[in-house]
Design a protein around this ligand. Sequence first.
Ligand SMILES: NC(=O)c1ccc[n+]([C@@H]2O[C@H](COP(=O)([O-])OP(=O)(O)OC[C@H]3O[C@@H](n4cnc5c(N)ncnc54)[C@H](OP(=O)(O)O)[C@@H]3O)[C@@H](O)[C@H]2O)c1
Length: 287
Amino acid sequence: MEYKKISSSKIATIGVGTWGIGGKIEREQVTRQQRQQWAAAIREAIDLGMTHIDASEIYAGGLAEEIIGEAIKGLDREEIFITTKAGMEHLGREEMVKACERSLKRLGTSYADLYMPQRPSQEVPIAETMKALEELHEKGLVRHIGVSNFTKNSLLEAQGCLKNERVSAVQDEHNLLRQNTELLRMCTEQKMLLIAYRPLAKGELSQQGIPILDGIAQKYGKTPSQVALNWLTGQERVVTIPKATSREHMLENLGALGWKMTRQDRRKLSGIGKETAIGSHALITNT
Ligand SMILES: NC(=O)c1ccc[n+]([C@@H]2O[C@H](COP(=O)([O-])OP(=O)(O)OC[C@H]3O[C@@H](n4cnc5c(N)ncnc54)[C@H](OP(=O)(O)O)[C@@H]3O)[C@@H](O)[C@H]2O)c1
């Protein structure tokens, strides 16, 4: 595994997403066997080196966090990096502290390595949310502070609200079809990590059909998924969290590491995003 720096800690360049873990059905309908299968998939990812696990209190109504808790039981906690998030309705000071405590209980851990609001609230001022995050950090419940789905201005505002800490990481959509160039530039300037979500555009980039991507994959003897992930991890400030539940997909995704494309090929891939911006690929569907 390759690692990048997040403030004073390190984080796996390829981690594991958990949106969809826990299912989209009532928790009572989830069988013991399903839970065990999901926990085994997370454990497999960790064993393969994908030690950054991305969670949220809103994934399957908290069940995803419980399943992660089952997966990490008995493992050396210091070897695992857990990110989790507070839902939009829990961004007030008191609500956020309680939401974080509930998440930690479900995860079966005493701290989150990274904690962030899932997206900004329409009602709660950013200053209040950042104060809650700083309080959680002071209490030792949270090691690093992040934000997710913030605009450039709200990110700057969030950073300005922190007194003794800083925003270490920003999570946002960033992939070949949705290239978040402006945010990437900002993360570089502000020395923040960009955690790219939907790195495979929910599996769309794993399929053939984008000629530039297919051509480059063929040239390097890689798959489209591996090229799409390598394009991300080759960016200095970027780590990513593809969600993969089968060993086959996990191993394929790890094959994105350990090799480099030429600058010219990277530039060609960046052109895919520009074409997408003017609508030549309409491949993305919303979560
Ligand atoms: N902060 C936010 O608001 C936010 C929003 C969206 C997502 N996220 C986080 O980011 C993570 C990743 O995003 P995502 O799950 O939406 O999309 P994604 O990682 O781009 O795509 C996941 C899909 O791709 C498939 N896949 C993975 N590897 C593959 C491979 N090598 N070949 C073919 N298919 C492959 C997976 O199938 P299998 O499961 O069958 O392997 C799954 O259906 C989420 O799980 C979540 O943790 C955060």
